[in-house]
Design a protein around this ligand. Sequence first.
Ligand SMILES: *[C@@H]1O[C@H](CO)[C@@H](O)[C@H](O)[C@H]1NC(C)=O
Ligand SMILES: *[C@@H]1O[C@H](CO)[C@@H](O)[C@H](O)[C@H]1NC(C)=O
Ligand SMILES: *[C@@H]1O[C@H](CO)[C@@H](O)[C@H](O)[C@H]1NC(C)=O
Ligand SMILES: *[C@@H]1O[C@H](CO)[C@@H](O)[C@H](O)[C@H]1NC(C)=O
Ligand SMILES: *[C@@H]1O[C@H](CO)[C@@H](O)[C@H](O)[C@H]1NC(C)=O
Ligand SMILES: *[C@@H]1O[C@H](CO)[C@@H](O)[C@H](O)[C@H]1NC(C)=O
Ligand SMILES: *[C@@H]1O[C@H](CO)[C@@H](O)[C@H](O)[C@H]1NC(C)=O
Ligand SMILES: *[C@@H]1O[C@H](CO)[C@@H](O)[C@H](O)[C@H]1NC(C)=O
Length: 383
Amino acid sequence: MRTSCALLAIAASAAALPGGHKPKPQPDADGKYTLTAPGIRAQFIPYAATLTNLFVKDKNGVETDIVLGYDNTSYYPVDPGHPVYNAIPGRYVNRIGNGTYSIDGVTYHTEKNDGPNTLHSGTNNWSFRVWNVTDVTSSSITFSIHDPSNSSLGMIGDVDASVTYSVSKNKWSIVIDAISPQKKTPLMLTQHTYFQLDAFKNPANRTIWNHTLYAPAAKRALVADQNALPTGEIANITKNSIDDFWTAPHKLGFKSSDPGFENHCGNGCHGYNGALAFDNKRNKKDVALTLSSAFSGIKAELTTDQDAVVLYTCNWNDGKTEFKSTQGVAGQDKFIPRDGCIAIEAQDYVDGINHPEWGRLDEQITGPGDKYHWASSWEFGTI
Ligand SMILES: *[C@@H]1O[C@H](CO)[C@@H](O)[C@H](O)[C@H]1NC(C)=O
Ligand SMILES: *[C@@H]1O[C@H](CO)[C@@H](O)[C@H](O)[C@H]1NC(C)=O
Ligand SMILES: *[C@@H]1O[C@H](CO)[C@@H](O)[C@H](O)[C@H]1NC(C)=O
Ligand SMILES: *[C@@H]1O[C@H](CO)[C@@H](O)[C@H](O)[C@H]1NC(C)=O
Ligand SMILES: *[C@@H]1O[C@H](CO)[C@@H](O)[C@H](O)[C@H]1NC(C)=O
Ligand SMILES: *[C@@H]1O[C@H](CO)[C@@H](O)[C@H](O)[C@H]1NC(C)=O
Ligand SMILES: *[C@@H]1O[C@H](CO)[C@@H](O)[C@H](O)[C@H]1NC(C)=O
Ligand SMILES: *[C@@H]1O[C@H](CO)[C@@H](O)[C@H](O)[C@H]1NC(C)=O
């Protein structure tokens, strides 16, 4: 049976075969798997379960690569900056205060790789590993990871996780599932994509400040300290304050001349690198957030089952990293400026394992018998 399928696959190339056998899509010479559907083309590599390219149509119908990344897929594992380009960090994303947490009276210490805190579970986090490809078709791919106990310092108990990326007309869907069969462990995941809806083609400006954001349910913000660690306070976002993207759509730079904008995301960090919490009563089938840009005319609508979102407007870009050959304008330099992108990470409340008063422990600690599930999708169109 297996032999005849293989022979048929060779004979029939990419066409569907009688009996439902289709040749399994193979990666290209760069190791990228390509998924396609009307209006969308997405490419992935197993390293960190990374989205390398995402092509959608701009207002003129031109295919535009709207995410950050490298042309050279061999560079992702060696990049010293490791911005987690469009990858799945884990098993507990964002920060753990003081690299410490407790479960059932036992205190665990995690790696302090971000000042006094842990970021994305430390230096052996999931965005540093080559995931297995466990299923692939022309419109869907599943990557899997087995994360042994304590392989990231202080993360106890094995975890098995998978992410399935799929495309359908103008839409990219992401589903993450995980189990921790042995122990209760912190488990909080996200998909960490950096967007630039103009693909750096705007000759007037490559910053993200003229992109517009609207998140009608993001009415509260997790107040954070100088290291971007939540203090525990959750503040209501008032109309026209810096974090206000809920009372009306605003440009990301709408408060850039406000004195509070300068260190809004920590010392030396202007703009955004914090978490907004969605209204608990929102309908999770509604669009949670829309990012758009008048220049390209592209809009991206996020639907998610998560209760918060982290926004990071690329303050720490040093202007020395090039964007991809699929981006920019011929004849101009290729450098990503400071503030040149935005990462949008749907997830649970940052450091909720250290804030039992928030009531997030059920969401953030997964133990034997529990199933962790995360689902989001991005739908693309023009404004
Ligand atoms: C791609 O990156 C790898 C790792 O840094 C490097 O060895 C290789 O020379 C690069 N290839 C090209 C074509 O730049
Ligand atoms: C911070 O972590 C250290 C171990 O890295 C621990 O000794 C100390 O008690 C922790 N402090 C707090 C306030 O949790
Ligand atoms: C993963 O660990 C590396 C090394 O500490 C760190 O640079 C990175 O920020 C961590 N998380 C991400 C974003 O991959
Ligand atoms: C990939 O699968 C192999 C064989 O089952 C396993 O040994 C390896 O740990 C897996 N890799 C990851 C990243 O989980
Ligand atoms: C986790 O590994 C570290 C060494 O990397 C070790 O010191 C620590 O005791 C281990 N923790 C547990 C709970 O096994
Ligand atoms: C883009 O706009 C920012 C903010 O207004 C400004 O600081 C920067 O110089 C502009 N860059 C270019 C290339 O015009
Ligand atoms: C944003 O767009 C406005 C209107 O087109 C323009 O005047 C301004 O220079 C742009 N600013 C940036 C930072 O791109
Ligand atoms: C935030 O607003 C809600 C009503 O929307 C109110 O009940 C609550 O007291 C406010 N919290 C703070 C800290 O002002």
